[in-house]
Design a protein around this ligand. Structure first.
Ligand code: PEP
Ligand code: MN
Length: 336
């Protein structure tokens, strides 16, 4: 971190600043220029409040040279993390997985039928919401506990590992047989939940918030990792922009940016990004081509009657086509 101090600072204020910075455990390198003075802070500055320094009267400017996240930072972990979610299913390090399934688990027949179809098409994990974060309190809220039981039945029937969303930490005991816990976009900054998940050893798929920056996503991953759980998979699922033609705007550039800054695997969810089934294939192809480590795609056996997100759900036949196209692309996709 670099602190630019104004010309001829008040002596006492300057001493207060340097003593305070030293008390935070960083070493100071002071260089005096013509028009101002530059303090180079060396050491771990992740807990230094940059805005607090910036607010001081004698400070002209502050710049962070090092990112405020350590565990998720590729600088300290140059190799890609490879996260094993089940026997033979790993994310990261050049692997490519498709997670597929309904937005919500609705019935045993529905989820098993979909699981069998997506497995046949090459999906390596089954998704399905049991606890649903809906915009309206009057919309279907998910089957809850019995939804998870049905997912487990589908896992037993097909052998596919399962992923489902947790909404609050008290639900954790229900997730014993769930292979990957999903933290949804709306909970990306539920810091208490993230801290608690940091104490588990389950892989966590962390979705980017609707209006969150890439750095905020990485800071949320850091919350989980700081607790000791290194198994974090990031998911870009579209962000809010001024555009209304799609549900959200898929930020494909998040993939190379995340790949540069972090060693964690990155998955793209084209379904929630666009909101319409006819756009899922082009977005899935773009995501695959740009080098993500996997996709998460919503599939329903009867989208028209789906209890949630029918408009963006692919039929099993359409999913066959998308999966085939993406698997054909994958050997050519970027490696970082
Ligand atoms: C989901 O994947 O079911 C979901 C609710 O997605 P998001 O949190 O990205 O809106
Ligand atoms: Mn959905």
């Amino acid at each position: 971190m670099v602190v630019v101090v104004k010309k001829n600072p008040d002596k006492e204020q300057f001493e207060n600043l340097t003593n305070w910075l030293k008390s935070l455990g960083v070493t100071l390198h002071i260089s005096e220029g013509e028009s101002n003075m530059v303090l180079g802070l060396v050491g771990d500055t992740s807990s230094v409040d940059i805005d607090l320094i910036r607010s001081l009267a004698i400070v002209e400017d502050v710049k962070r040279i090092q990112e405020p996240y350590k565990n998720a930072n590729r600088k300290f972990h140059p190799e890609d993390s490879v996260i094993k979610v089940a026997d033979g299913v790993e994310f990261g390090g050049g692997t490519f997985n498709i997670i597929a399934g309904p937005c919500s688990v609705e019935s045993e027949k529905q989820v098993i039928e979909i699981a069998e179809r997506v497995k046949k098409a090459g999906a390596t994990m089954l998704r399905g919401g049991a606890f649903k974060p809906r915009t309206s309190p009057y919309s279907f809220q998910g089957l809850g506990c019995s939804g998870i039981e049905l997912l487990i039945k589908a896992k037993e029937a097909t052998g596919l590992p399962i992923i489902t969303e947790i909404m609050e930490f008290s639900q954790l005991p229900l997730f014993d047989e769930v292979d990957v816990i999903q933290v949804g976009a709306r909970n990306m900054q539920n810091f208490e939940l993230l801290k608690e998940l940091g104490h588990t050893r389950k892989p966590i798929l962390l979705k980017r918030g609707l209006a969150n920056t890439i750095q905020e996503l990485l800071m949320s991953a850091e919350y989980i990792m700081a607790g000791g759980n290194e198994k974090v998979i990031l998911c870009e699922r579209g962000i809010r922009t001024f555009e209304t033609a799609t549900r959200n705007t898929l930020d494909v550039s998040a993939v190379p940016v995340l790949k540069k800054h972090t060693h964690l695997p990155v998955v793209i969810d084209p379904s929630h990004a666009c909101g319409y089934s006819n756009y899922v294939k082009p977005l899935a192809l773009a995501a695959t081509a740009i080098g993500c480590d996997g996709l998460m795609i919503e599939v329903h056996n009867d989208p028209q009657h789906a209890l949630c997100d029918g408009a963006q759900s692919l039929t099993p036949d359409a999913f066959d086509d998308v999966a085939k196209a993406c698997f054909a692309l994958r050997p050519y996709s970027c490696r970082y």
